[in-house]
Design a protein around this ligand. Structure first.
Ligand SMILES: [Zn+2]
Length: 289
């Protein structure tokens, strides 16, 4: 749809009288044509002509004037319903209100203390086919629930109980993942009963998150400035000094370090790399896992 609109009307909010037709065939659908008309634009933007409002009004009227068509007059509830342009135009085309359905959207974000009750009851602009109130899903509702909730029982907002060991964890689901991955994090204890497969997937997810964080640190140019100790022990990290090769034996496994130490190690590693002109790809090598 986006591509077709741009092809016809350009990429800069231009308008066109030409229709984009999408045909859906199925034995189970009504024989109906749904025409999605543009909203009224008051102030021209982008490539829109100065008479855009009049042009869109003419276009809309050419469709809704037909006696056989049903008008869906869509108005957001957080605007002044009494001055709704959609309802005004619908009333012009259908003065008796016989073939107009009123649709009131965004009921969830109306101003505090106001309601659309009288409108929905048809007391303001009476319509034979009535009104429908709509609340669209918010972005938050669209985002899928974290799969690790499967292993938790939600007690209340920000409190959950581990299905394997009964441990109560407060905070976000991320804290539960620390628990299942047996990674110490603040007061989160490692799970004693987590099945191997759940442990492995939690560990993978947490390591990926750690990698992402590491990438962010790599991308930061002010990294040396935020080294909290001001001391970089190169030898400790790379084994540099014993022949100049980067030996990593004796380096503690990152996984076993607590979060703070991990971050410190990350900073030290990157600082050392910058100091020694080492390629950052080293970070991705197996020896640093
Ligand atoms: Zn547990």
């Amino acid at each position: 749809m986006q591509a077709e609109t741009e092809r016809e009307a350009g990429g800069n909010k231009g308008v066109s009288d030409k229709q984009i037709r999408l045909k859906i065939s199925s034995p189970n659908v009504l024989n109906i044509t749904l025409v999605d008309l543009p909203g009224i634009t008051k102030v021209p933007v982008g490539d829109q002509p100065s008479d855009i409002e009049a042009r869109i009004r003419t276009m809309i009227m050419s469709y809704i004037k037909h006696e056989t068509c049903i008008i869906l007059a869509v108005t957001p509830a957080n605007s002044d319903l009494a001055t709704s342009v959609a309802l005004q135009m619908a009333t012009a085309a259908d003065p008796a209100g016989l073939r107009t359905i009123g649709v009131i959207t965004k009921l969830d974000i109306m101003d505090r203390g106001t309601d659309a009750r009288n409108f929905l009851l048809g007391k303001v602009v009476p319509l034979r086919l009535g009104y429908n109130g709509i609340v669209n899903r918010s972005q938050e509702m669209v985002r899928p629930r974290d799969t690790f909730w499967e292993y938790m029982v939600e007690i209340s907002d920000k409190r959950m109980k581990c299905k394997f060991c009964g441990e109560v964890i407060s905070g976000t689901i991320t804290r539960a993942k620390y628990h299942l991955a047996k990674m110490p994090n603040r007061d989160v204890k490692p799970c004693p009963n987590v099945p191997e497969v759940v442990f492995a997937s939690a560990e993978t997810v947490m390591e990926e998150a750690e990698m992402k964080k590491q990438k962010l640190i790599e991308g930061s140019s002010s990294i040396t400035a935020c080294n909290p100790t001001g001391v970089v022990d190169h030898a400790n990290i790379f084994g540099i000094g014993s022949g100049g090769t980067s030996k990593t034996t004796g380096q503690p496994k990152i996984k076993t370090l607590v979060k703070k130490e991990k971050e410190l190690t990350n900073i030290k590693m990157v600082t050392a790399m910058i100091d020694n002109n080492l390629s950052f790809n080293l970070l991705r090598s197996a020896s640093f896992k």
